[in-house]
Design a protein around this ligand. Structure first.
Ligand code: PLP
Length: 374
């Protein structure tokens, strides 16, 4: 593999991660407990403004624990945004529950609140059991319409699990996402806006939820001198070394958000007036961390031409997430909606958005994309 490949969103260390790792080594906190874990959890709750956090091995593990803590079990159903990564939806199946996938609206590309409302009304009228949870996602950093979704969920008494995996640093009306559901999840996977190599977090204002998450994440070990278990648990805790990386990354999060947004603005300025390219602009009051810059192209063929032209120059781009209701593994799942997510998938492309891209890289990418439209 060439060393000068341009990746979609590679890890970008801030410089102090190694120092934090050394602190962990010097004090021999190498395993799944330690001051770096506590400090990383505090830095997340400070940043987001929520009360409690549990850092975990992955964002997917956080979704799983959230469902388990709410009591999602075999035979239950859970509503999940269809336009997302499999990590949002797979844990529903881990719990033996059935996913119900929900289409997006066109402003934010996230869960359509009026469709959600219609679906819940329909379920109520036909005397079926209501879903146990709703999982909206802030895709590519663009916040979902949380006020609307939360008020519908509240009306029906359904818990909201906010998937903020891609949206650390995004805001609605100045309020950071990640504290807009009964529980919220983050991911620190390698390509996210900050990374701990791999990892995730579960956040909540409810202490019981987060205590329970920590308990379940350490094999549900009861307080006893010997190993005693009255429940089935998981090995889902984050390592202290990973948390040390996270501490270093939190120090540069604001810089990363700023650079991600500059990259979006650059693409928008250079390509916004090309006929056949559209950008997803922020609705009023919405602030996206612009984790990945995405474009919509006028046809599937043209989108593929762009992707392949970039690939020939060793530049990675990627189609938008393939909706869950179109995934072979979920072919039997219920789906409510039209073709909004499907259309986004067909025409959309994620552009290289790494925070270390320089002006020459960006100019090359823009030039290659423009060449497809001549
Ligand atoms: C990354 C991601 C997750 C969690 O992924 P992990 O790799 O398990 O940390 C969940 N949902 C979305 C939308 C994601 O992008």
């Amino acid at each position: 593999m060439s060393s000068n490949k341009i990746w979609l969103s590679p890890p970008h260390m801030g410089g102090r991660e190694q120092w934090h790792i050394n602190q962990a080594f010097e004090t021999n906190w190498i395993s799944t407990a330690g001051p770096q874990i506590d400090a990383f959890e505090r830095s997340l709750t400070d940043f987001i403004g929520s009360e409690y956090a549990a850092v975990l091995g992955s964002g997917t593990a956080a979704v799983h624990l959230a469902l388990r803590i709410i009591g999602v079990a075999k035979g239950d159903s859970v509503i999940c945004q269809t336009f997302t990564f499999a990590g949002s939806a797979n844990p529903i199946v881990y719990q033996g529950a059935n996913p119900i996938f929900m289409d997006s609206e066109k402003d934010t590309w996230n869960m359509n609140p009026s469709l959600l409302e219609d679906t819940l009304t329909g379920i109520t009228k036909s005397n079926q059991r209501l879903p146990k949870a709703i999982i909206p996602v802030h895709l590519y950093g663009m916040p979902a319409k949380m006020a609307e979704i939360n008020s519908i969920a509240e009306k029906y008494g359904i818990a909201v699990i906010e998937d903020a995996a891609e949206a650390l640093g995004s805001e609605i009306e100045g309020v950071p996402v990640g504290n807009m559901g009964a529980m919220s999840i983050l991911s620190f996977n390698g390509n996210k806006i900050i990374t701990t190599s791999g990892g995730g977090a579960l956040l909540s204002n409810n202490k019981e939820y987060i205590d329970k998450a920590k308990f379940l994440a350490t094999q549900a070990r009861d307080p006893a001198p010997h190993y005693q278990h009255t429940q089935i648990g998981y090995n889902y805790r984050m390592g202290n070394i990973n948390a040390a990386i996270g501490l270093g990354q939190m120090e540069v999060l604001q810089e990363r958000i700023k650079r991600k947004r500059e990259i979006f603005d650059y693409y928008l300025n250079m390509l916004g007036n090309v006929e056949g390219i559209e950008f997803n602009l922020e609705p009023k009051g919405y602030f996206s961390n612009r984790w990945l810059t995405t474009i919509l192209v006028d046809s599937y063929e043209r989108k593929e031409s762009i992707r392949l032209a970039l690939e020939r120059e060793n530049i990675e781009s990627r189609p938008l997430w393939k909706p869950m209701h179109l995934q072979p593994v979920f072919k039997d799942a219920q789906y409510f909606g039209g073709n909004v997510a499907e259309n986004l998938f067909g025409r959309g492309l994620c552009l290289p958005s790494g925070t270390e891209l320089n002006e020459d890289d960006l100019a090359t990418i823009v030039h290659l994309i423009k060449s497809i439209f001549i």
